[in-house]
Design a protein around this ligand. Structure first.
Ligand SMILES: C[S@@+](CC[C@H](N)C(=O)[O-])C[C@H]1O[C@@H](n2cnc3c(N)ncnc32)[C@H](O)[C@@H]1O
Ligand SMILES: Nc1nc2[nH]cc(C(=O)O)c2c(=O)[nH]1
Ligand code: SF4
Ligand SMILES: [Mg+2]
Length: 225
């Protein structure tokens, strides 16, 4: 079967800094493209997929820095790089919004090669990924792009990791949870937006009240990618 290529912004090995898998060594594959439009997004350089930003694959693997550059890479090309360059056996496919693309072939290829796979998604696109993949949905409600969180993503989620700045974000989360008809015991994390103290205090208080987990973007505190 012809392997189709995905637009990759960066590939790097680090420690998962967010959610249930915080602390796990991981290879990150950041895909280019997102039309959700979160004003506080910390990866805005991935929003547009411009031909003028397309480069050769060798400029992407292991490169660092927040640029809009991207290259087409196939599942086999990525797997070969992982097996040559990295030790981690957990792969996080993120973006940009990775579920703009069909991730089934990439995730199946990696799982068959012995990797665990996790997807970081906004929940605004159907999640097309291997059944064994871990899906982290970070619901994006009332963002500029006007997209809505879809039921299929919430029902496929292994964890819901909600970004919180103020009370309204908690109300939005509780409305999403109340509307779910399946996956009712999904794991819930709260993630303060941009490490704001008021948001962090609100998350701590709410996690204790609801027995939810706190997700702190630990990589930003210890200065790793
Ligand atoms: C950059 S997004 C990419 C994946 C996908 N588009 C999504 O939003 O889940 C990865 C994670 O970073 C979170 N995030 C982005 N900017 C953030 C910020 N300023 N503060 C806290 N979390 C942020 C998102 O909520 C998401 O959980
Ligand atoms: N260390 C680290 N952990 C992360 N977890 C989710 C991330 C993301 O940008 O999707 C991320 C990231 O950018 N770095
Ligand atoms: S959905 Fe994710 S990548 Fe897109 S703008 Fe929001 S936080 Fe950024
Ligand atoms: Mg990040």
């Amino acid at each position: 079967m012809a392997s189709f290529a995905l637009p990759v912004n960066e590939v790097f090995e680090t420690i998962q800094g967010e959610g249930f898998h915080t602390g796990v060594p991981a290879i990150f594959v950041r895909l280019q493209g997102c039309d959700v439009g979160c004003s506080w997004c910390d990866t805005k350089h991935t929003w547009q997929v411009l031909d003028s930003d397309k480069v050769e694959p060798e400029l992407i693997i292991g490169a660092s820095g927040d640029t809009a550059r991207w290259a087409h890479l196939t599942a086999v090309q990525l797997l070969e790089q992982f097996q040559t360059l990295y030790k981690a056996k957990h792969v996080v496919i993120t973006g940009g919004e990775p579920c703009m693309y069909d991730l089934t072939e990439l995730s199946n290829t990696l799982i068959e090669a012995g990797y665990s796979v996790q997807i970081e998604t906004s929940g605004t696109y159907p999640v097309k990924v291997a059944n064994k993949a871990w899906v982290t949905v970070s619901p994006k409600v009332e963002m500029k792009g006007g997209k809505v969180v879809i039921e299929q993503a919430l029902h496929r989620a292994n964890e819901i990791k909600h970004p919180v700045a103020r009370e309204r974000d908690l109300t939005n989360l509780k409305n999403l949870l109340a509307g779910m008809t399946k996956n009712l015991d999904v794991l819930v994390c709260l993630q303060p937006i941009s490490q704001q103290q008021r948001a962090t205090d609100l998350c701590i208080e709410t996690c204790i009240e609801n027995n939810w987990r706190l997700s702190l973007q630990t990589h930003k505190f210890i200065g790793i990618e």
